[in-house]
Design a protein around this ligand. Sequence first.
Ligand code: UTP
Length: 293
Amino acid sequence: MQVKKAVVPVAGLGTRFLPATKVIPKEMLTVVDRPTIQYIVEEVVASGITEVVLVTASGKSAIEDHFDYSFELESFLAQKGKLDLLKEVRHISRLIDVVSVRQKEPLGLGHAVKVTRDVVGDHPFVVSLGDDLVDAGTPCVFQMLKVFEKYQEAVVAVQEVPDDQVDRYGIVEGEEVEEGVFKVHRMVEKPAVGTTRSNLAVIGRYILRPEIFDCLDRTLPGIGGEIQLTDALDILRKERGIYAYKFKGKRFDAGDKLGYLKATVNYAISHPSLGGPFLSYLRELLKNMDNKD
Ligand code: UTP
């Protein structure tokens, strides 16, 4: 079963990043030279996905516009001979087919996935969160698709987190069946510290089977009154099985102020033209701070 579609939910309110996100969607905040959402879409394109299903809400039209063709801008850049910029702009509008589905109320990530049912149809699909960045040599989604090809069951990406932070994540308990791949025995959303022995936290990348939609129909509002994808996944686990995959790469929660700053520094340092001068600046800054102490 080939996986061709990626659902990218971007309908959340982004309250952790207020006031920046009062008008601008957090997925449009720039990391170095591109909005966060472009990194997400480029990752799924590089993984072989051919259609992106954006789950949007009011105030998020800038995201759809970003991937749209802009006749005025392209003609202007062509007329002025600004060919490098024209190439960049064309690259974005030609990246991939994007369709949008509206989530009328932010009722949770599970609900955001549920509203894509008709567009996704009866096929396995990717879910990539619009504010979770993964910097990896081999795209994270591509790594996960390899695991899905082998086991043919849903795969969630996980990373180890400090024991005292398990209450911030969906946590997976399971048994390692091959290096970095776990057969999941239990999934629990934001467990209280000390109530689980696992520190494998789910991050914003999933390969799901279409059966998840029936599980979502049977999922009641959970933590925070929201329909939690983790709760639906735990139903799917009981009925079919789920695998967790410890991906290779660095993950940044760009929907959080500190996570966003870390992402910016990470991508700036490895940027082909800005990386060198930026690193020199950071070194200088740290040296001056040390001298002050
Ligand atoms: P988050 O919980 O990080 O997003 O959801 P949020 O609700 O926008 O953020 P805060 O906590 O208020 O700062 C992860 C992803 O799921 C989407 C968000 O847009 C984000 O990309 N999401 C979340 C939805 O699309 N719909 C929802 O109802 C909830």
